[in-house]
Design a protein. Structure first.
Length: 196
């Protein structure tokens, strides 16, 4: 993404803690949030802010390779933001605008995406193990069929078209079949009494 302003993790954390919210058009350099001493401080700080009224604005930015497990970012405006290869395990992106965001090869394991807007987002090989997409909008999401661990996702009242619904259904059926065949295999391998 050309034309972005480079920013390092220290500067990003400092500015967030100072109350800045507008980070549109930045390229975050190797942000390893998990090793920052201020990790708990920034999470607590964000949890005590009215992010609905004053959300983080990161649309059109590049957060590729970001390591920010447990990050707290509800209501974030992140349209067309790059999160490819990011590790966002257990992070909270509820109510976030993630339209057109790129989550290619990202880990969203256990992430909370309650009522997030993911229309047109790219989920190519993203890890969605135990993620919550309750009430999220997945209309037109790209590469949903390539996302990993769809069968573990909470999809209660998720907004989808027939296409996304079919992909999700196939993932659940495929997982059920794998489980069924494993159980059948174990049962059939038990020695019978007649063979003894």
């Amino acid at each position: 993404m050309n034309g972005l302003t480079s920013m390092n993790g220290d500067e990003f954390v400092r500015k967030v803690l100072e109350g800045e919210r507008d980070f549109r058009g930045i390229a975050l350099d190797a942000f390893l949030f998990d090793i920052f001493p201020e990790q708990k401080e920034i999470i607590n700080y964000l949890k005590n802010q009215d992010l609905k009224a004053s959300p983080l604005l990161i649309s059109g930015s590049d957060f590729s390779f970001m390591v920010a497990e447990e990050f707290y970012a509800p209501y974030t405006l992140a349209e067309n933001t790059y999160f490819d290869h990011a590790r966002l395990k257990g992070s909270n992106w509820s109510y976030a605008n993630l339209k057109g965001a790129n989550f290619e090869v990202a880990s969203l394991e256990g992430a909370d995406l309650f009522e997030a807007d993911l229309r047109g987002a790219n989920l190519y090989t993203s890890n969605l193990l135990d993620a919550s997409l309750k009430y999220a909008n997945l209309v037109g999401v790209k590469n949903l069929e390539r996302a990993m661990r769809l069968e573990t996702v909470s999809f209660d009242n998720t907004v989808v078209t027939k296409k996304e619904r079919a992909i999700i259904k196939r993932a659940f059926i495929s997982a059920a079949n794998k489980y069924f065949f494993k159980v059948t295999e174990k049962v059939s391998k038990k020695p019978s009494l007649a063979a003894q």
